[in-house]
Design a binder for this molecule. Sequence first.
Ligand SMILES: Cc1cc2nc3c(=O)[nH]c(=O)nc-3n(C[C@H](O)[C@H](O)[C@H](O)COP(=O)(O)OP(=O)(O)OC[C@H]3O[C@@H](n4cnc5c(N)ncnc54)[C@H](O)[C@@H]3O)c2cc1C
Length: 415
Amino acid sequence: MIIGAGHAGLAMSRCLSDRGIDHVVLERGEIANSWRTERWDSLRLLTPNWQSRLPGTTYDGNDPDGFRTTPETIGFLERYARTIAAPVQTHTRVTSLCASDGGYLIRTSEGEWRCKTVVVASGACNVARAPALADAVPRSVRTLTPMEYRNPGQLEPGGVLVVGASATGTQLADEIHRSGRPVTLCVGEHVRAPRLYRGKDIQWWMDKSGVLDERYDHVDDIVRARRVPSFQLTGSPERRTLDLNALTAAGVKLVGSLATIRDGRALFSGALRNQCALSDLKLGRLLDTFDQWAKDNGIDNSVEPPHRLEPTRVDDSPAVSLDLTSGEIRTIVWATGFRPDYAWLDVPVFDRKGMIRHDGGVVSAPGMYLMGMPFLRRRKSGLIDGAGDDARELSAHLAGHLRAASRAVTNLTPN
Ligand SMILES: Cc1cc2nc3c(=O)[nH]c(=O)nc-3n(C[C@H](O)[C@H](O)[C@H](O)COP(=O)(O)OP(=O)(O)OC[C@H]3O[C@@H](n4cnc5c(N)ncnc54)[C@H](O)[C@@H]3O)c2cc1C
């Protein structure tokens, strides 16, 4: 049983079909439900079209370097599900899953199922995280998460504080600022990335140099690696870079990360300059990796010469507090990340943070697998492009589990 018909569940479905393993995909909404219901209107993939490879399919359109809109992404996943004849049962919400008779009992809005193995592909981003200090925001200020945000028209006129400067925060800060609402952006740890480097897309470099293929069991600190924020990237037809310099040039104000809210005042960390310097340093190291790879692989002369980006510009004394009761800020957007929702999972597989314990997607409960999580088996696991390799390897493990289980049953059968 596969739970979830996003790209991760569909990739696994294709791999199980290839192995002749009978399965069903249970989906609470429609195929690509997250893209239909949880994304803002203007969102485009930040990965180029060529980089949405799934098992049995590659991009064959005439715009490999373009970026799919949300409706195009939905269409792409629907076509994929049709092509692979994925056995998806839509509008079937899993309400509980527990161990039973050496397998699993799954209760859904449409009845019960029993299965020997289960693949949890229900998504890494089911719920938007808002910090605990959200409760201290004065009532006069509206707060919303990226899952509630659709477009700037939803917001009151007036200032907006966007908290979080990864892909979501920078994209929303940019769009809201362009709508004429002054934006202040709270910047903590972030990963700066140019859209193009030496004339090629940053994802081309990430892919070709092997950075995205780095394995979970080869990095020093996988816990930390799984928490690294997303690149500050946007997918726009003009392929523009959306780093902090681009935002400040447009008029967005930067402050440090939101430390607390006291008596209606937001207090910001004084570490903005350090955070930006650190991010610039890490970007420099990443570009060094690309340059070295280009040299080692003899393509140094077929791409533009190496160059470095101007350091991130930070005001001499950025604001360290803001009165949220003054009317200057009318809205706060919590672009502070997402988390999965496992309220339905009644199997003791969780760590202290409520995340599923797993070894590269092999969950501690026998016959249970996980898909679609950041750095599950490789750096690219959280991307559409990463699901194929993960599904191929995990479906092999799953097939082995089924073989072992059937041998165990055979051995137990009396003569
Ligand atoms: C804002 C945003 C932008 C992103 N942009 C990109 C990008 O540009 N490129 C890229 O490669 N990746 C991107 N990602 C990352 C990733 O590709 C998406 O999060 C993707 O949707 C994850 O796919 P998935 O199949 O793992 O999960 P999902 O697409 O979330 O699919 C999980 C499915 O499980 C279903 N489900 C959940 N709970 C239940 C239940 N109890 N019962 C039945 N069904 C259930 C859901 O309805 C959903 O359809 C982005 C993520 C976000 C949040």
